[in-house]
Design a protein around this ligand. Structure first.
Ligand code: AHR
Length: 677
């Protein structure tokens, strides 16, 4: 993080002092003076957004609507595999490379159902990603490619069955021919109870042999988008009112190797023609969530894409040399941008997008070159960044280009021979104390350099999803970003999603989570927001367009001992303890209405009285509104079985004015809305 001595120094001075953990009788009540007629910054209209990648079964078994696991018979790492499929009724199933569907799906599943009878149909079944959710009075779209050996006479029966063996829905494919063909069917449930431990099967009661590929089952999707997304998760995301989506990663952009990078061209068109690839989080992606699906996700939630393009570095220290070797990758990025933004009639890739089903171009203002290139041990980013920068700026002068390195530690890794428009900072402290200790960093950061995109960050306290301590650290940090959103113009928490069905942190594909502390958790049937999710929502849904200048006096502090860090396995010297505020705030105003949004964070486990004085206003209405999220313990959290243990509550408040005192609840985040003139 760059440091310089400008803006808001008086605030820091006011915050520095004392080391008492909680307010006591001897301590004066903190006073926050909000200068309603002094604008210190404009709130970036794009400040609050989302970051996404294929991690923690975010799409497969998550947001992407597909309910069946291993529809392409490639799990786990692309090798022919019948994993997650079970033979039923005495069938024998074999991954078969001699009967390919096409170049992208070279292995099909051969089903030898020689013993099938009416009494005991034979075939295959799939239990989904830790279950298949089934709801009453709902229609499911099934599809599969199939071909049969000569003589096969049977219809195929598609069945959704509960754990109790009861049939929830069924459909029939009357006849399967001897050439590959796609078959579609719908399964409609009746008056059943919603459940998640269902099994989908494809069976025949006539003996014979057949091959299948792309065996798929979709629930109704958000906005009924074809090949679309799970509705409950989309609704949680919509409720955050995000302005942008950083896609497609993260490590997922880069892949462990160059061959495993996110190659957007392989993610277009019919899902049957997408080869899929291994995610660096160690499981298989069908690429059903392809570039167009990402863009449609943006469209569905009224967000803009922040497009990260592959920049020639992959995580296992594979890199493409700047110069001629890198040229095809730069060209690929130019074409990707054309696919997103190009005219459907006059550009090659705009026309391809139209053929893929979306004639209208998408808005695009930000492109990020790579991801976390400081991990490149040979420090080749500057040359690669410069080559991308020159080509992209020349073709698209208005695009804002984001560098993945920050110039805070000037060494070879952090040189920029082209000045980026923005730099992407990532931070993942493992304690709320550290996040709180950093909450004022931007107050004194230089305004002379690039703008800042805090593209990945989280207070990593709580697993699989953060607890209230995490949310308090997040909220403290967000007051700093919002207060300085002339500099911090984009922010996105990461990771966004985790499947919590088998949330043992690890790289075994059988675990549903590879990175603990994720904003939103879900299993096959339900989902929930963590306290950190609600903190994000409180900030993104409640703010004005300008930041107001403010002073603080008597802000209480506590003593924070920085964690001991290790470098190459060796412990670094302990950094000295620091006094850190336990009360955080920022104020924004809607300049059209005069409404002031005052955010207040009390990280102490005791009530915190605060006096608030507003200057530069004629009047403040006595009645207002507040949204408060609080907990009895910092360890309190939400979970799949207790999804709304901690949620924000909106309530009316009275007794407001140009000066008033309020008690902030222990361990709380408050947005106080004041109507001013
Ligand atoms: O958010 C998880 C990972 O953290 C991202 O993939 C990567 O960019 C960062 O290191």
């Amino acid at each position: 993080m760059r440091q310089a001595s400008v803006a808001l120094l008086p605030l820091l001075v006011a915050l520095a002092g004392g080391s008492v953990f909680a307010q006591d009788a001897a301590k004066p009540v903190p006073t926050l003076t909000i200068k309603a007629d002094q604008v210190s910054a404009h709130v970036s209209p794009t400040l609050y957004g989302l970051m996404t990648e294929e991690i923690n079964y975010s799409y497969e078994g998550g947001l992407y609507g597909e309910l069946l696991r291993n529809r392409a018979f490639k799990d786990v790492h692309g090798a022919p595999s019948a994993a997650y499929w079970t033979a039923v009724g005495g069938a024998v199933m074999t991954p078969d490379a001699s009967t390919p569907l096409n170049d992208a799906q070279k292995t099909s599943l051969k089903i030898d159902a020689a013993k099938a009878t009416k009494a005991e149909p034979a075939g295959i079944s799939n239990a989904g990603f830790w279950g298949i959710a089934v709801h009453p009075h709902t229609t499911y779209a099934a599809a599969l490619y199939a071909k049969a050996a000569p003589g096969f006479k049977g219809p195929l029966t598609l069945t959704l069955k509960g754990a109790d063996g009861k049939v929830a829905a069924t459909a029939t494919i009357a006849h399967v021919g001897t050439a590959w063909k796609k078959y579609d069917a719908v399964l409609t449930t009746g008056d059943i109870a919603a459940s998640k431990d269902n099994v989908f099967s494809v069976t025949t009661s006539a003996p014979g042999t057949l091959w299948v590929q792309q065996v798929s089952l979709f629930p109704p999707t958000y906005n009924h988008t074809k090949n679309g997304n799970r509705a409950d998760l989309m609704q949680l995301l919509a409720d955050m009112k995000p302005q942008f989506l950083r896609l497609p990663g993260g490590n997922y952009l880069e892949g462990d190797t160059i061959a495993e990078r996110f190659e957007w061209k392989d993610t277009l068109g019919d899902t049957a023609s997408r080869p899929g690839h291994r995610s660096p989080w160690n499981y298989w992606s069908t690429d059903g969530m392809g570039l167009l699906e990402y863009l449609e996700w943006c469209e569905d939630l009224h967000m803009e894409p922040v497009l990260a393009v592959y920049a020639g570095y992959s995580l296992h220290q594979e890199r493409v040399k700047a110069g001629d070797d890198l040229k095809p990758y730069v060209q690929n990025a130019l074409e990707e941008i054309e696919y997103v933004t190009g005219d459907a009639r006059t550009t090659k890739w705009g026309a391809q997008r139209a053929r893929d089903g979306h004639p209208a171009p998408f808005p695009l203002h930000y492109v990020e070159i790579g991801n976390e290139d400081w991990f490149d041990k040979e420090s080749t980013y500057d040359a690669r960044f410069a080559q991308f920068y020159d080509a992209l700026k020349s073709a698209y002068p208005k695009l804002q280009l984001i560098s993945t390195i920050t110039p805070d530690q000037p060494d070879a890794k952090r040189v920029h021979s082209r000045t980026p428009d923005l730099v992407d900072e990532h931070l993942y402290p493992s304690s709320e104390g550290e996040m709180e200790a950093r909450a004022h960093e931007f107050d004194t950061a230089s305004r002379a350099g690039p703008k800042i995109f805090v593209g990945e960050w989280a207070t990593r306290v709580g697993t699989p999803t953060p607890n209230m301590a995490g949310a308090l650290g997040d909220a403290a940090w967000m007051t700093g970003m919002e207060r300085n959103s002339d500099l911090v113009v984009l922010e996105s928490y990461a990771p966004l999603l985790t499947n919590v069905s088998h949330a043992v942190n690890g790289r075994d594909p059988e675990t549903s989570m590879q990175w603990p502390s994720d904003l939103i958790g879900y299993d096959a049937i339900t989902s929930y927001g963590s306290p950190s999710y609600y903190a994000q929502q409180m900030f993104s849904a409640h703010h004005g367009d300008v930041v107001l200048a403010a002073d603080a006096a008597n802000v209480p502090t506590w003593t924070w001992l920085p964690p001991v860090r290790t470098h190459n396995g060796v412990a670094e010297p302990q950094k000295p303890a620091r006094d850190v505020p336990s009360l955080f705030f920022d104020a924004t105003k809607d300049s059209a209405t005069g409404r002031i949004y005052l955010k207040l964070v009390n990280r102490n486990p005791t009530p915190q009285p605060v006096t608030i004085a507003l200057t530069g206003v004629t009047s403040v209405a006595a009645d207002g509104t507040q949204v408060v999220m609080k907990a009895n313990s910092a360890d309190d959290t939400n979970s799949i079985s207790d999804p709304r243990h901690i949620v924000p509550v909106e309530e009316k408040v009275t007794g407001l004015g140009t000066t008033f005192t309020r008690d902030l609840p222990p361990l709380s985040i408050t947005v106080l809305e004041l109507e001013t003139k």
